[in-house]
Design a protein. Sequence first.
Length: 212
Amino acid sequence: MRVVVLISGRGSNMEALLKAGLPVEFAVVISNNPAAKGLDIAGTYGVPGVVVDHRRHASREAFDAALAAEIDRHAPDLVILAGFMRVLTEAFVRRYVGRMINIHPALLPSFPGLHTHRRALDAGVKLHGCTVHFVTPEVDVGPIVIQAAVPVLPDDTEASLSARVLAQEHRIYPQAVRWFAEGRLFLTPQGGVTVADAPAPWPVLISPPTED
Ligand code: GRF
C-alpha cells in the first residue's frame, strides 16, 4: 500500500503517521509551502519531500493539475491530507474519491472551516474534538471515518484546547490509515463508512460524569 501525504506547515499529524509503524510505504510528502517544517521532519524519516508551490501557478486549476501530476507519479493507493491548507477543485477531488482522507480539528459537522478551537470556545460547547473523513468536493463535509472527543474545560484557552485535540488527532489518524491499509475501511453505496471487524464500542466518545 503506497501513500502520499500532503502538508502545508508544521507536520505533526504527518509525523504521527510516520511514527506509527503502519503497514504502508510513504512514497513522498508534498507541500504547497516551501517553508513547511514538516518537509524537514519527513526527511528525518527518510521520506522525500517535494514542493508544489501554489504561488507559482496562475489559477487554482493550474495548481491542482500540477499537484495531481506529482501525486500520480507515485501511484498512491491513498492520498492523506495532513494539515494541507488549500481548497481543492472539484475535478481534483473527484480524481481521488474514496482514496483521499483528511483530518479536521473539530467534531464535524460542527465547525467546518478555520479557527475551530476559537469558535468552539465562543460557542460554549462542552465537547470538542477531531474527525477523519473521506474528502468530497464540499470542504470538511465527507463521510466520517472516526472521531475523538475531548472535554472543553472552564479555563481553556485556544492553545490549551487545541493541544488537547491535537493529541487525539495523533491517535485517530494512524488508526484510520491502518484500517485503510488493512483493507477494512469502505465507503458504502449510501455514502457512509464501514469498518470491517471494528472493536466495540466504536467510534469512541468521552462522556463526562454527572454529579449525582
Ligand atoms: C491540524 O490541527 C489538522 O487537524 C488541521 O491542520 C492542523 C495541522 O497540524 N487540518 P499539523 O501540520 O499536522 O501539525
